[in-house]
Ligand binder design. Structure first.
Ligand code: ADE
Length: 276
């Protein structure tokens, strides 16, 4: 996968040299190109922002440098990919975007080329997004209901979530399977607690079942813990659990946790708190 990031703080993206993403780059699985937006300014001050039309606080990123940057990324990337018709999917991090989810991470991981346009200040002149959308798919994405000082941290978050889904990047492909939010059996369930050696630490022991070697029992226990943790930390997900995905062991575990199935076919948490 090729990734281009245009930013006024490309240094902010240095962590992309580290850990999982850094290794994927070193192995050639990820081809990351960082660009300084100010390289596409033409005044002595390398100005990238101006005051908003209509008034209001803060500054808005000017369209001209972004337009030139996107044209250049498009030309350079399509030439490098050897396909003049190739376009990236442009990801624009913004608190006004659609929520970043595991499903979106997977959709982005299926694309061969991503470009990122992280903004500072109050955002980028809207016409840049409209111009880009006529040439390439554009995803405006929010990583959560809070406001960052700029989109660079969101780029780090999105690239890391996407990179670990690329074929061959994680050592063990099975590692995805039990992820919180993974599709399939674990959809809409948070992953439960995990333990490693030693079996006793500071007087605390590992749950007996994990030492039993009984894989069926262990899977059932893990699912029970996942139900409990989801109930505690994300009760909003409980209504999304599908009755047809629950076997008799699940039903019993849910019953013990006070989860009931409503007339509408949706599960509901109990009114009382659950011990995780
Ligand atoms: N830029 C500022 N806040 C953001 C957020 N929550 N998500 C994505 N980009 C942002």
């Amino acid at each position: 996968m090729r990734i281009d990031v245009v930013s006024i703080f490309p240094e902010y993206l240095e962590p992309l040299n580290l850990s999982l993403v850094g290794k994927a780059r070193a192995r050639g699985q990820l081809d990351v190109h960082l660009h300084q937006l100010r390289d596409w300014t033409h005044d002595v001050h390398h100005t990238v922002d101006d005051s908003p039309y209509g008034g209001g606080p803060g500054m808005v990123m000017k369209p001209e440098p972004w337009g030139e940057a996107l044209d250049s990324v498009l030309d350079e990337g399509s030439a490098a990919l050897g396909d003049p018709g190739a376009v990236p999917t442009l990801v624009v991090p913004t608190p006004s975007g659609a929520p970043f989810t595991q499903e979106l991470a997977q959709r982005l991981a299926d694309r061969p080329w991503l470009a990122f346009a992280p903004a500072r200040y109050e955002g980028i002149d809207r016409r840049v997004i409209e111009y880009a959308a006529e040439r390439m798919p554009v995803e405006e994405v929010s990583i959560g209901d809070y406001v960052l000082a700029g989109g660079e941290v969101a780029v780090l978050v999105i690239v890391e979530a996407v990179a670990r889904l690329l074929p061959g990047v994680l050592g063990n492909a099975e590692s995805h399977r039990d992820d919180s939010f993974a599709p399939g059996a674990m959809a809409d369930l948070l992953e439960g607690p995990v333990y490693t050696k030693p079996a006793e630490w500071r007087g605390r022991t590992v749950p007996e079942v994990l030492l039993s070697g009984n894989h069926g029992l262990i899977a059932r226990w893990r699912r029970g813990r996942a139900f409990a943790r989801t109930l505690t930390n994300r009760p909003d997900l409980v209504g999304r659990w599908r009755p047809e995905a629950m076997d008799k062991h699940d039903r019993k575990a849910l019953d013990e946790l006070g989860v009931t199935l409503g007339e509408d076919g949706r599960f509901r948490p109990s009114a009382v708190d659950v011990e995780e």
